[in-house]
Design a binder for this molecule. Structure first.
Ligand code: HEM
Length: 352
């Protein structure tokens, strides 16, 4: 591959590890919220079609939550985008340009998807509800597929040549062997986690003694238990589809990668065991641990694919610590504000 295909990256102000940790932490937050949002939209679509069951109560509840989750997931996506562009921007922006038409379409598609999520809520009692629901799920699926395309393309500069031969920006990374299993793993996981999120809400209601909430919780929980079993198969497919040298890292080649794989599977299975026992809160806790481990594994995949092409440790550091200190201070204040805002919102909901 001609090395001049890869643009020259900018310099860093502090060591790359800071940005890598921030990227992984904020991506974990984004993906958890994206899961609650997308899974919530799917659960709403399917639950509403089962009148008189626990599914219907879940759908009614989630219809009101999905628009907020869209806003939260989108906002939580901006933070990893910032850190991604600091470390891998020269790769990510090139792949974004190669698929520019599809990529730029994300913005209008997402706006209509967000509108559709509100459509489900405000038109819940009308015959149009299933259409709004399908539209929301379909458009969110589009966005997720484009993210999977871009994230796989950014790792394979050798594939860019095919994209340069098709300079219209209407090109996608469809020939990439990991694309389909990776996307499937992301989105089956999202449905499973969305089910768990809905179950968590219903579990809280059941603890308050609200009638029908336990049945609604059990209905939603099945998305997590059954979805996670499919998810394991999708994960295995993704693992097998990885380039051999990267896959080998998880098969003993790298003690850290292999230990994370074992730990991720173990905590995931443990979360499902808790869910089968209807211990929703501990299932959610183990799920967060699992997703965090998987997010670190995803970074190992990224670094593995880019081996010999680029590693962020090769970036030049021109020390300038004050922006980082200011950022961390604002970050801490911001988190404090969000926690305070959520507290107020929960208190208002309780009083309501
Ligand atoms: C426009 C608002 C959004 C922003 C700024 C955003 C940001 C990001 C970023 C930066 C990443 C990659 C991080 C990395 O490579 O480390 C990512 C990954 C991802 N996002 Fe979002 N996101 C947004 C909305 C969404 C929505 C609405 C969905 C789903 C419907 C979604 C689904 C995904 C998925 C599935 C991935 C993982 C792709 C992969 O690794 O293959 N995102 N997002």
């Amino acid at each position: 591959m001609p090395p001049n295909l890869i643009p020259r990256p900018d310099v860093l102000q502090v060591g790359w590890g800071w940005f890598q940790v921030l990227l992984t932490v904020t991506f974990t937050a984004h993906i958890l919220l994206m899961n609650a949002m997308f899974g919530g939209a799917v659960v709403t679509l399917l639950g509403a079609a089962r009148p008189g069951t626990g599914g219907e109560s879940v759908a009614r509840d989630m219809a009101g939550r999905v628009p907020t989750l869209v806003a939260l997931a989108v906002n939580a996506g901006v933070a990893p985008l910032l850190f991604l562009q600091v470390l891998y921007g020269h790769l990510f922006y090139t792949s974004s340009i190669l698929m520019a038409r599809w990529w730029l379409a994300i913005i209008p598609v997402l706006i209509v998807g967000y509108y559709a999520a509100y459509g489900v809520y405000y038109r819940y009692e009308t015959p149009l509800r299933p259409l709004w629901s399908l539209l929301a799920v379909g458009l969110l699926l589009y966005v997720s597929f484009m993210f999977a395309n871009n994230n796989t393309l950014a790792l394979r500069p050798e594939r860019w040549i095919a994209g340069f031969e098709n300079p219209s920006g209407a090109w996608l990374n469809l020939g990439e062997p990991t694309l389909w299993p990776r996307w499937l793993h992301m989105m089956v996981g999202a449905v499973a986690v969305g089910g768990l999120f809905a179950a968590l809400v219903q579990d809280t209601r059941a603890r308050r003694g609200i009638e029908g909430a336990a049945a609604a919780r059990d209905w939603a929980l099945r998305f997590f238990t059954h979805g996670s079993l499919i998810q394991m198969a999708a994960g295995l497919w993704w693992l097998m589809a990885l380039r051999e040298d990267v896959m080998r890292r998880f098969m003993g080649g790298s003690p850290l990668a292999s230990a994370l794989l074992v730990a991720g599977i173990a905590t995931g299975v443990w979360a499902v065991v808790h869910a089968f026992q209807k211990k929703v809160r501990s299932a959610a806790l183990w799920l967060v641990v699992t997703v965090t481990i998987m997010a670190v594994m995803r970074e190992i995949v990224r670094i593995g694919y880019l081996d010999g092409v680029f590693h962020p440790e090769t970036l030049t550091v021109v020390p300038q610590v004050s922006p980082l200190i200011l950022f961390l201070a604002v970050f801490a204040v911001g988190i404090g504000c969000v926690v305070y805002m959520l507290k107020l919102a929960f208190r208002a909901a309780k009083e309501g």
